[in-house]
Design a protein around this ligand. Structure first.
Ligand code: ZN
Length: 353
């Protein structure tokens, strides 16, 4: 119980319940993420929000529909070479007749060709039409702290606090929400080069499900182009604003080379402002087993930086858990977190929001 409390005393109550009412999506643990007296109302398979009051029968999340997509691998091509039968060559020697007796010499030469059958198997590439949706870690005993909506005021302190503790975190950064991404170039580059994960939260934080495919693409490409200049690489991980996603988002993201669309299974509710009792209620499942967790938080709240992050670090240390990036908690090699990896650019007149 004590370990719970460490994590639970996290969040400030300075911020009123607001527009970022997020409590999960497909694969989410359930309504426990909402404060006491609130309930999680289903919006779509990827997004639900906490609203005051109990869920009514018409707003309860409907059963999750599991869609199984069967992809048939193209036939394996097998090439068989050198399958000829062994050859035996018999060459009769000339028959020599010598009186008074015949002497017949027969020389039989058996030339045997041994052929080794060779088989070449060609594996067809696995189709990668969509990014994969995640909301939970795959690695046990890991916590992936994620900071959305930056760059914002506390980016530098998050980095310093995490580095001092030997922790790795993930920044899902916007291009322009609170601040302009180019104005935080140095800390983003430092985060990237020191093993934290820098990923996309879109350029301007729209609900992607409300945009056309062209609109989705623009939001994703614009921030990755900025990151290419700043850190020298483009991310392959995306967190959709408001956790709002659907098949079209996964398809557009996948088409742009994104591997992962990532929500969370533990909402710090730093955006929502909880009493300690409400925090206790919504995070109590963290001790249920050793499953890793992806924790949603935001880098624009001082309480997140001053209270939540140190408490999570302390909790992890006490429990012997690791604070890792989202990529690590999903078991993906760091080389997969980015695409188009090169070198950063020198700041020029294009570095504007
Ligand atoms: Zn956000």
């Amino acid at each position: 119980m004590q370990t719970k409390l460490v994590l639970l005393s996290l969040v400030s109550s300075a911020f009123a319940a607001g527009q970022y009412g997020q409590c999960g999506g497909r694969g989410f643990t359930g309504d426990t993420s909402c404060p006491s007296g609130w309930s999680c109302r289903y919006s779509n398979d990827f997004y639900s929000q906490c609203l005051p009051g109990a869920a009514s029968t018409t707003t309860t999340r409907p059963p999750v529909t599991t869609t199984t997509t069967t992809t048939t691998r193209p036939p394996v091509t097998t090439t068989t070479a050198g399958c000829a039968a062994n050859t035996l060559t018999v060459t009769p020697a000339p028959v020599t007749v010598t009186a008074p007796g015949n002497v017949v010499t027969i020389t039989v030469t058996a030339a045997t060709t041994t052929t080794t059958r060779t088989t070449s198997t060609t594996s067809a590439p696995v189709p990668t039409g969509k990014a994969t949706f995640y909301s939970k870690c795959k690695q046990p005993n890991t916590l992936a702290m994620t900071f959305d909506d930056g760059p914002a005021g506390y980016h530098r302190k998050i980095l310093d606090t995490a580095n001092a503790a030997g922790a790795k975190v993930t920044f899902f950064t916007n291009g322009k929400l609170y601040n302009c991404i180019y104005d935080s170039a140095a800390t983003l580059y430092e985060a990237y080069t020191t093993g934290h994960q820098v990923a996309s939260h879109t350029w301007s934080h729209p609900d992607l499900t409300g945009l056309s495919d062209a609109g989705k693409t623009e939001e994703i490409v614009k921030v990755e182009n900025a990151l290419k200049k700043i850190i020298g690489a483009k991310p392959t991980y995306l967190r959709p604003p408001y956790g709002s996603s659907n098949d079209a988002v996964l398809t557009v993201a996948g088409g742009l080379g994104y591997r992962a669309v990532v929500n969370w299974d533990l909402d710090s509710q730093d955006w929502n402002g909880l009493t300690p009792a409400a925090s206790l209620a919504q995070t109590s499942f963290t001790n249920a087993d050793n499953s890793g967790h992806i924790i949603l938080s935001h880098e624009n709240y001082q309480s997140t930086v001053d209270t939540l992050l140190p408490n999570v670090i302390a909790w992890a240390k006490q429990k012997g858990w690791k604070l890792v990036t989202v990529g690590e908690c999903l078991g993906e090699d760091p080389s997969l977190w980015y695409k188009d990896v090169g070198t950063p650019s020198t700041r020029d007149s294009t570095w504007v929001c």
